[in-house]
Design a protein around this ligand. Structure first.
Ligand code: CA
Length: 377
């Protein structure tokens, strides 16, 4: 069963309302999807996380090396792509291209054997996944705090058991907003904060000190991803769990996070850090170091389905009679590409997502929507 064809598709949506985080604003959502087809006609979908045109160029780069290889031997293909990129792209967007192709090969393998990816990975250890809502981005408006509180209450009403908000507006504003939101949602909904590496170590410590009693579930990307020891020093000085890793790549990158005791929660993006093949390895390593793993998940239903399969396969660490339920990130910002690009649509019931049961990823890309949002060359 040979790899016959690899096609990439850049899709883009212009947002009605731009959103801001601690670094800059987004006016569009642009994503690169890949479809890999085997010589028996079986095809699989994958997705890369990062600048879509660069991901597309990366997929084109790998094409020449993997066409004709056995589509079912995804580790062999992975190693070929890894070695072809190693000399000049040990980290970064070329690995998003590798990740996209890897996910598509898992999809093909699942369809070929008639099994969901979670089964191929060794089986699902949970049947339903607890998503948390990622939202509460900044917008330019006069009553931002009130707007964010209303948005948080909407997520609570929708059944979310956790909500992640952006911080990074400066310590005073962050404290004011975080307290207002926590007060509004109450103790039965968990609250995480994410600064997208907006702060120096000193500033991150100040923020932690002032939020220490609020019961924050984690502080994500508090400092620069380059500062492994800064992460560690912050961890040693706060009871708030520290999360990070969405800018990290491959098991070699995560090894640095783990060796440096930088995080309580590792957040590899399956569509960037090396695909399902590599993130399963990273998960085994996280488990070895006693670190929790909650993938960074963003993008279309292809990426979200990949995350659901992986999360359902994670071991609880440590195990106990009533295991903690693993989280899954569910972006709630305006994104037509996430909501309508795949079928079946992702639905949430009583605050949970059902682990997909169909062969492969368990979704197909809607060709009509693909055509509608496709960036024509
Ligand atoms: Ca984040």
């Amino acid at each position: 069963m040979k790899i016959l064809k690899i096609e990439s598709f850049v899709v883009s949506q212009t947002l009605e309302e731009p959103f801001y985080f601690s670094q800059w604003e987004y006016k569009t959502r642009t994503i690169c999807l890949v479809r890999v087809t085997a010589d028996d006609g079986t095809y699989g979908w994958g997705e890369g996380y990062g600048p879509a045109n660069l991901v597309k160029a990366g997929i084109k780069f790998f094409n020449q090396y993997i066409l004709g290889m056995d589509a079912l031997e995804h580790e062999v293909v992975w190693q070929q792509m890894y070695l072809r990129s190693l000399d000049f792209a040990r980290r970064g967007v070329l690995l998003a291209a590798l990740s996209a192709i890897d996910i598509a090969l898992w999809d093909i393998k699942g369809k070929h054997y008639g099994l969901p990816i979670s089964a191929l990975m060794g089986g699902r250890k949970i049947e339903k996944i607890k998503p948390y809502a990622t939202g509460l981005y900044f917008t330019r408006c006069d009553a931002l705090k009130e707007k964010l509180v209303d948005e948080a209450l909407l997520y609570k009403e929708q059944g979310f058991k956790g909500i992640k908000m952006k911080v990074g507006l400066g310590i005073a504003k962050d404290v004011e907003f975080t307290k207002a939101i926590k007060r509004a949602i109450g103790d039965d909904v968990e609250l995480m904060i994410d600064s997208n590496h907006a702060y120096s170590l000193k500033e991150a410590m100040q923020l932690c000190n002032r939020l220490e009693d609020l019961g924050i579930s984690w502080f994500e990307e508090p400092v620069s991803p380059e500062h492994y020891s800064g992460y560690r020093q912050l961890r040693e000085n706060t009871s708030i769990p520290i999360a990070g890793g969405e800018c990290e790549y491959l098991r070699y990158g995560f090894l640095e996070l783990f060796k440096n005791k930088s995080v309580d929660i590792a957040q590899p993006d399956i569509c960037a850090a090396g695909g399902l093949t590599e993130v399963k390895r990273i998960a085994a390593m996280a488990n070895t170091f006693g670190v929790e793993l909650v993938p960074h998940s963003w993008g279309t239903g292809v990426a979200l389905h990949a995350a659901m399969h992986l999360i359902s396969n994670l071991d609880s660490n440590p195990g106990r009679m009533y295991d903690a339920e693993p989280w899954m990130e569910l972006d709630r910002t305006e994104n037509a590409l996430r909501d309508i690009m795949v079928e079946p649509l992702i639905t949430q019931e009583n605050g949970y997502l059902k682990v997909p049961n169909l062969p492969g990823l368990g979704v197909d890309v809607n060709e009509e929507m693909l055509e509608k949002y496709l960036v024509k060359e």
